[in-house]
Design a protein around this ligand. Sequence first.
Ligand code: FA5
Length: 343
Amino acid sequence: MIKQNLNTMGQSFQSEIEKATNIDEIDNIKVKYLGKKGKLADLMKQLKSLDKEEKIEIGKQANLFKTQFQDQIKEKSKQLKRVKFDQQMENEWVDITLDPIKTQMGSLHPITMVQNKLEYIFESMGFQVLDGPHIESEYYNFEALNIPTHHPARDMQDTFYFEDGNLLRTQTSTIQIRGMESLEPPLRIIGTGKVFRCERTDASHDSCFHQLEGMMVDKNISVAHLIHFMKTMLSEIFESDVKVRLRPGYFPFVEPGFELDMACLLCQGKGCSVCSRVGWIELLGCGMTHPNVLKAGGVDPSKYSGFAFGMGMDRLAMMRYGITDIRPLHGGNLNFMRRFTLK
Ligand code: FA5
């Protein structure tokens, strides 16, 4: 009976090992036949009941099976590992002689680089960065800035109107009003973004360009504060002293008003198409905030005063990166853009 069981076990082992297709199955067969509580160990326990001769004969046979099972398990595992490896080689091979896929490094747009740097400079001086919409009402773009309907100053900033009376903002000065409305004085704010004008283009003018607006409202603010912040900003952005000049300028929302020019870095002040051959380039308008504007923003002009400025970031980027025409800055020519890397 035990002998018969031994033979049946040998046959079932044979058939199972032949059918096995992966290592997990082989492991299970190993445990089933050769494990501590496996079939072979079970059978060995039964030997006790046999007489001496039978014990020797069946014991011998069982030991033979044991080594045979071990050898077959080893061989089959090797074979299955080889098949798996061959399949992997087939599916995952890499041709190391092929050219690598070239990735192109991108870079930030020069205006974005200038904007990031300006925001960093002003934030480090306690200014808060605000945002404003591109599509504005006449109120925020003109009226609240002391430019009533029919005021001739509106002609200087002709723009694109929508049928509902709204318009594409002509200046980031809109952010002054929105900032005063949402914050309590004292306040220091800047806002950046695109502005739009119905404009003839040339080397330093485009119909869509970028401005940075700034405003400070506190007690006893004077022109000295304004000049200090403008000088600090320019020396930080150019990392050296730049030659600037302040001249009177008219903006209905400031009194007194100024225009700040810097010596053109493209021609070193000799005169070129960007600076209209005068050696100076107009960078920003600025001045002391008009009481009517403070009132429109809900600030009491008898208690507070302030300064504001609005700068052309495109022109600043041109001076910073030596770009001699504003128009390619707004085109999609990647060859042009690749000249500028993060500085
Ligand atoms: C204004 O837009 C005022 N809002 C600035 C201001 C703010 C004055 C706060 C006082 C107080 P202006 O139109 O001059 O001002 O434009 C400001 C700057 O934007 C200019 O100095 C110039 O650097 C830039 N700029 C103006 N027009 C163009 C244009 N068409 N293309 C490129 N840059 C321009």
